[in-house]
Design a protein around this ligand. Structure first.
Ligand SMILES: O=C(O)[C@H]1NCC[C@@H]1O
Length: 383
């Protein structure tokens, strides 16, 4: 028994939830490996609904203070889904954040790639030993069933090594990505004019809407009134927060912009992302869910942005692709994502996203019997 287990034995607490923490370009992924209840439902999307309706207290506990923080991100592993049962996927996952459960997450997929190849605990990943490993290339591949569909992840492992290689990027091939609106003129009604908009006479903003496992509204920094581009200082972030929250409020009800060919649960606006071209590629600032800021270059939005660039004739299928940075990844060389258009299908573009993830720790979380804050809390700054 370690010191924590000894303490727990003396103090009655809820069931322990065990997690492994990682980061991808600075964005956290808290991987729930043990203690999460069994979810009802035949399909992963039904299980996602069950998580939201019956177990949201656990998401809140793990994402919010004092066990998490306002910008925490989570991945709940689901050993059995309808696609693992029929042999189309190796494991399922639900993603969660400050407000609920997303449908795709690139940075967490990159982290999970390493974790799932490294874990040899069959109670966490029952199909681990069935993963295919190519000795010649050193690549292990796994099929991750995310709410948006199956994502194919490739992880390097040196010959003879048991663990993944942290120095080489993990990559994944996403679900078909597509554009639903280009150069859409959005009117900003006077009641919604954001207070700190630099150009107060501006009442119309041009955006693109694209899907990369989740729907993104893409708007350039300049279009939003920031000619100096994406910056990460506190004042500029507060201004971008206000501008993107306003745009989301206006765009969210426009359901016709978020049509998915087969799945109504995927039809909503997840994020407004501010983008900017740079000499080396693109940078961006992603506000997702309840205005959470992604520290990573946002893998699912890289899928959406590559699909958009193909549509615009700026990237070619089979071409070199583009480097994507965030305000955090740009601080360290080689910390961003690369996005490449691999194939064009009738349903959309298959995009390959590459990035690196690292372990940061592991924890066991409990709620003591008399703890008055089992769901944690958030401190919201006035907007
Ligand atoms: O990389 C991504 O796709 C995610 N990161 C946080 C927000 C997105 O879901």
């Amino acid at each position: 028994m370690d010191v924590f287990e000894t303490l727990l034995a003396q103090n009655p607490a809820t069931r322990t939830i065990k997690v492994v923490d990682m980061h991808t370009s600075g964005e956290p992924t808290r991987i729930v490996v043990n203690g999460y209840p069994r979810l009802e439902g035949e399909t992963l999307l039904e299980m996602r609904r069950c998580a939201r309706e019956k177990h949201d207290d656990i998401r809140q506990r793990l994402m919010r203070e004092p066990r998490g923080h306002a910008e925490m991100y989570g991945a709940i592993l689901i050993a059995e889904t309808e696609l693992t049962r029929c042999g189309e996927a190796d494991i399922g996952v639900l993603f969660c954040h400050n407000e609920g459960y997303s449908t795709m997450c690139g940075h967490a997929t990159i982290a999970l790639g390493r974790f799932l190849v490294d874990t040899h605990d069959l109670s966490v990943f029952p199909r681990r030993d069935a993963l295919s490993h190519d000795e010649a290339t050193g690549v292990t591949t796994l099929r991750l069933h995310a709410p948006c569909g199956v994502v194919h992840v490739s992880v390097y492992k040196d010959r003879g090594h048991r663990h993944s290689d942290a120095t080489r990027p993990v990559s994944f091939l996403g679900v078909p990505s597509f554009v639903t609106a280009r150069d859409l003129e959005v009117d900003i009604p006077p009641s919604e004019q954001w207070k700190r908009l630099r150009d107060a006479s501006r009442s119309r903003v041009k955006v693109d809407i694209a899907y990369g496992g989740a729907f993104y509204a893409l708007v350039s920094a300049a279009e939003l009134g920031f000619p100096e581009g994406v910056r990460g200082d506190a004042r500029t972030l507060a201004e971008f927060d206000e501008a993107t929250a306003t745009l989301k409020r206006i765009l969210y009800p426009r359901k016709e912009l978020y049509t998915h060919p087969s799945e109504p649960d995927l039809e909503y606006l997840y994020s407004v992302m501010v983008v900017e071209k740079t000499p080396k590629g693109e940078t961006g600032l992603c506000f997702f869910a309840d205005q959470q800021i992604d520290r990573s270059p946002t893998g699912s939005c890289v899928m959406a942005r590559v699909a958009l660039a193909v549509d615009q004739g700026l990237l070619q299928i089979g071409g070199e692709g583009c480097e994507y940075e965030s305000i955090v990844s740009v601080l360290n060389e080689g910390n961003g994502f690369r996005g490449t258009a691999v194939e064009k299908r009738p349903e959309g573009v298959i995009v390959k996203v590459e990035g690196k993830a690292f372990y940061t720790g592991a924890a066991s979380f409990v709620v003591e019997e008399h703890d008055m804050m089992p769901k944690g809390f958030v401190i919201a700054l006035p907007r």
